[in-house]
Design a protein around this ligand. Structure first.
Ligand code: PXG
Ligand code: PLP
Length: 441
């Protein structure tokens, strides 16, 4: 960042999220523009967007169609209440979304973020069981190394210790499955690792411990993203589905990252051929341009709520900005782009080039694992003794200075570029990454 801008800009007031504020403010990294798969820094450098912003800009940056739709919507109807009122685009968008979703998940509840989607889905799960006379099902099961946003529900079922430990005991009645990451068995797997389906049996242990009739739902990311891209072992998700079915437990897939084409299908559920009872989404739903999220629920879940007197509100839940007209307009324009450019299946055609480019980095210093699926990937670096995350952070800074942006999770470099990336640009990304990894001590 240029010295003059640094002197002009008051960095004090903004308390930045998930950021080491003092470290950042001593040497800020600022973007001022973006187009396609590139960010532009305030000092005028182009930086490849290796993480689609925060895993959300699936159609690439600066999409004119979204800009125009949002501008037009602001002129036409800037805001409409969604409690006991509505506007046409909210219905139109929900119908379009339902058509993309796995068969049977046709009911769409709007939120404004992934965190709100998660808390919404967990609350629907509890209320669903209660509506069916199974109000004793109150336990929620997450997974170690899971990330489900930062609401109290999502934090409770989440399994990243730094996101939990400062916040007390969180929700009662939550338990966790073990994570599936195992470098001894699975390092450098291309695609889904072969080992680990049996880890789903840990759910049987939790059932034995708590009783199936106390468990409302299991929530997992089909591919864990924030924790460093953990690809599910072959057969694992299928096994979870079977156990949930047998014991009347709802299965929720948190597809905030995997939704909208990341794996070469609209949803990971379709990629893996495993259908959950609810799907939580956000991010790519509007290409990241306007905050929005949505929970997809099975018809049977929706219908369980539609039994009482018709004048009674069925679900006491919702947000001021649920189904916001601007978000719906952005979402509809986004779906048009996905459709026209076939972006939700594009990962299929470039996944091999992506995997080749990443796995070619395996002999570089400190690389202890490389993993990939669809258009997601990760390079895991060995941690410096006593300083977990330090090497990852150094790589992030070096990459930013060399023209590449990516997210890190500790010492894992997580990659998920816009789905519009070309094979040539993948090569460019990998070239910068190679140089960075050669330079980081
Ligand atoms: N569930 C999952 C699976 C997520 O990945 C959320 C819920 C929460 O979404 P919101 O919109 O409330 O942030 C997420 C968000 C990273 C990173 O780099 C990941 C997320 C957000 C910010 C950074 O790993 N995932
Ligand atoms: N706090 C107060 C005092 C409110 O009135 C509301 C909404 O009306 C909220 C929080 C929730 O805000 P939102 O609906 O934007 O999540």
């Amino acid at each position: 960042m240029s010295t003059s801008l640094k002197n002009e800009l008051d960095l004090a007031a903004y308390w930045m999220p998930f950021t080491a504020n003092r470290q950042f403010k001593a040497a800020p990294r600022l973007f001022s523009g973006a187009s396609g798969v590139f960010y532009r820094t305030v000092d005028g450098r182009d930086v490849i967007d290796g993480s689609a912003g925060l895993w959300c800009v699936n159609a690439g940056h600066g999409r004119r169609e979204i800009t125009d739709a949002v501008a037009q919507q602001l002129h036409e109807l800037d805001y409409a209440p969604s409690f006991q009122m509505g506007h046409p685009k909210a219905f139109e968008f929900a119908s379009r979304l339902a058509k993309l979703a796995p068969a049977g998940l046709n009911r769409v509840f709007y939120t404004n973020s992934g965190s709100e989607s998660v808390d919404t889905a967990l609350k629907i799960a509890l209320a669903y069981h209660r509506a069916r006379g199974e109000g004793h099902r109150t336990r929620l099961i997450g997974r170690e190394r899971g990330y489900h946003g930062v609401g109290f529900g999502g934090t409770s079922v989440g399994g990243m210790v730094n996101n939990r430990r400062a916040f007390g005991t969180l929700l009662a009645g939550v338990d966790h499955l073990p994570h599936t990451h195992n470098l001894e068995a699975n390092a450098f797997s291309r695609g889904q690792p072969a080992w680990g389906a049996h880890l789903a049996d840990a759910l049987l242990d939790l059932i034995a411990l708590h009783g199936a009739d106390t468990i409302a739902a299991v929530i997992v990311e089909p591919v864990a993203g924030s924790t460093g891209v953990l690809v599910p072992p072959v057969g694992y998700l299928e096994a979870l589905r079977a156990i949930c079915d047998k014991h009347g437990i709802l299965l929720i897939f948190d597809e905030v990252i995997t939704g909208f084409g990341r794996l070469g299908q609209p949803f990971a559920s379709q990629y893996f051929g495993v259908t959950p009872d609810m799907i939580t989404t956000a991010k790519g739903i509007t290409n990241g341009a306007v905050p929005m999220g949505a929970v997809f629920a099975r018809d049977s879940i929706y219908e369980a709520f539609m039994k009482g007197p018709e004048q009674i509100i069925e679900l006491f839940h919702g947000y001021t900005y649920s189904g916001h007209p601007i978000a719906c307009a952005a979402g509809l324009a986004t779906l048009d782009i996905y459709d026209r450019e076939q972006l939700l299946t594009r990962a299929n055609s470039i996944a091999d080039a992506w995997a080749d480019a990443l796995h070619a980095l395996r002999d570089l210093p400190n690389v202890i694992d490389i993993r990939n699926l669809g258009l997601v990937g990760a390079v895991e670096l060995a941690s410096r003794p006593g300083a977990p995350g330090a090497r990852g952070y150094d790589a992030l800074v070096a990459a930013f200075n060399s023209g590449l942006y990516f997210r890190t999770a500790g010492d894992v470099i997580a990659l998920s570029p816009p789905l519009t990336i070309t094979v040539e640009q993948i090569g460019q990304l990998a070239d910068v990454l190679r140089k960075v990894l050669l330079g980081v001590k």
